[in-house]
Write a protein that binds this ligand. Structure first.
Ligand SMILES: C[S@@+](CC[C@H](N)C(=O)[O-])C[C@H]1O[C@@H](n2cnc3c(N)ncnc32)[C@H](O)[C@@H]1O
Length: 405
């Protein structure tokens, strides 16, 4: 059966999911999107989103997602969003049942799942989500899986480092793909064993090939009851996995890729403005990036030794970039410093280059926001090429062309 390629984009930022999916097929249609930058008067990411995708303010909503009645969101077949790694535990609240902590955005996604039941869901998060919190490893991811189980979904996940599949940034993120068990795709997948899904017939292995694995760790979610998971559940989730009916299978993903590999130099500009060059600050940068083993004093007067290893200085341009962080615009050891292609002098990346490291078209965030905020938006965004690859697999699923060994 053909499914309409309709999307709801939560935590839309500057539209990374949408850019990637539309690149996979222009037929993907966003029917509702939400983006709101807490505690900021200026809503630059939202303005950037609207400037590229039109100003339909009724379907692109710039309000705290927590204030939105989820029944009002139009029906859609694919829910997408990148959400932060927070504490997903719940507490008992007497008559009301259970409640997650205020401001924890997972519960907004949960609310959409409950009210709208989209056929497919694709989410992104940092990879430490699999191991959080340190005091009860795997609990938070267990809460996410149990929520999907409760609403009738199966889930596949994979940690993907974009550079492993030829893209220009080393960025490791977990992607979570969930599908309703009563969809045609869900019914087909249900007839397969977890090993087959992880090795040959799953969403991720058909998008990002990995070595065939024989060792799989299996487990069981103790309950669909999120309070029970909060109190009792811990599990060693690996970088690839599958959950259906509470049954978990997980294994280490070893990427297989033989295609072209992009490097930082491929997206660097020529004729770069003087203001990006380090000039007299070179020594400060050398210190920040260098190895340290030095005595420091805490605010309370306590002396301690601080050590850290060196970071490549400058960043090699014949390799993929390091992960772009929201702090990219600041004087910070994780900020990239490169040797300019024209004159070899050390400089920062330009905001246009930051756009391209995430696979956005050059100038994507050049929509009236400050340069500082352009870098910030890119630190928040995701590698759109990775989404595009997943979009190609989604195209097949939505067009009824399923995977076979
Ligand atoms: C990890 S970023 C996602 C970025 C996006 N994938 C992109 O490509 O730009 C999360 C986004 O959620 C937004 N956000 C945070 N709290 C929010 C809330 N309560 N309601 C709506 N959006 C929120 C942030 O402003 C940020 O843009």
């Amino acid at each position: 059966m053909l499914l309409d390629k309709t999307i709801c984009e939560l935590f839309a930022g500057v539209g990374g999911f949408r850019v990637g999916l539309e690149r996979a097929d222009a037929a993907w249609q966003t029917v509702w999107a939400n983006q709101w930058e807490p505690s900021r008067k200026r809503q630059d990411a939202f303005e950037c989103y609207c400037s590229h995708f039109g100003g339909h303010k009724d379907i692109y909503v710039n309000e705290d997602i927590g204030t939105i009645d989820k029944f009002e969101i139009p029906n859609h077949n694919l829910l997408v969003g990148g959400f932060p790694c927070q504490d997903y535990s719940v507490a008992a609240t007497g008559a009301k049942g259970i409640e997650g902590k205020k401001g924890v955005l997972w519960w907004q996604i949960y609310d959409v799942l409950e009210k709208k039941k989209p056929a497919f869901v694709l989410l992104e998060n940092v990879d430490r989500l699999l191991k959080s919190p340190t005091s009860q490893r795997g609990r938070d991811f267990g809460i996410i899986l149990a929520s999907f189980w409760k609403f009738g979904y199966s889930v596949e996940w994979r940690v993907v480092n974009a550079a492993d599949y030829g893209f220009v940034q080393r960025r490791r993120r977990i992607f979570i793909f969930a599908y309703r068990n009563d969809t045609e795709f869900g019914e087909r997948q249900a007839s397969k064993n977890p090993m087959a899904i992880m090795n040959h017939e799953g969403f991720f292995t058909n998008t990002f090939p990995m070595q065939e694995q024989e060792n799989v760790t299996e487990g069981q979610l103790t309950s669909q009851d999120l309070l029970d998971i909060t109190e009792c559940f811990a599990f060693g989730f690996e970088t690839a996995g599958y959950m259906t009916n509470g049954h978990i299978a997980t294994t280490k993903a070893v990427p297989v890729y033989h295609g072209k590999r992009m490097v930082l130099r491929d997206i660097m500009d020529h004729d770069v403005d003087e203001k990006y060059f380090l000039g007299e600050n070179l020594a400060q940068w050398e210190y920040l990036k260098g190895a340290k083993h030095e005595e420091r004093m805490a605010k309370n007067g306590h002396k301690y030794f601080y050590s850290e290893g060196p970071i490549a200085f400058p960043d090699p341009t014949d390799k993929p970039a390091r992960t772009m962080l929201t702090s990219e615009s600041s004087v910070n050891r994780s900020t990239h410093v490169v040797a300019d292609l024209d004159n070899g002098k050390y400089r920062l990346l330009t905001p246009d280059e930051a756009d391209r490291i995430q696979g956005f078209p050059k100038g994507w965030t050049n929509t009236g926001m400050s340069e500082r905020f352009r870098y910030f938006c890119m630190g928040n965004a995701l590698v759109t090429d990775v989404v595009c690859e997943m979009g190609k697999t989604l195209n097949k699923i939505f067009e009824g062309k399923y995977f076979h060994k």
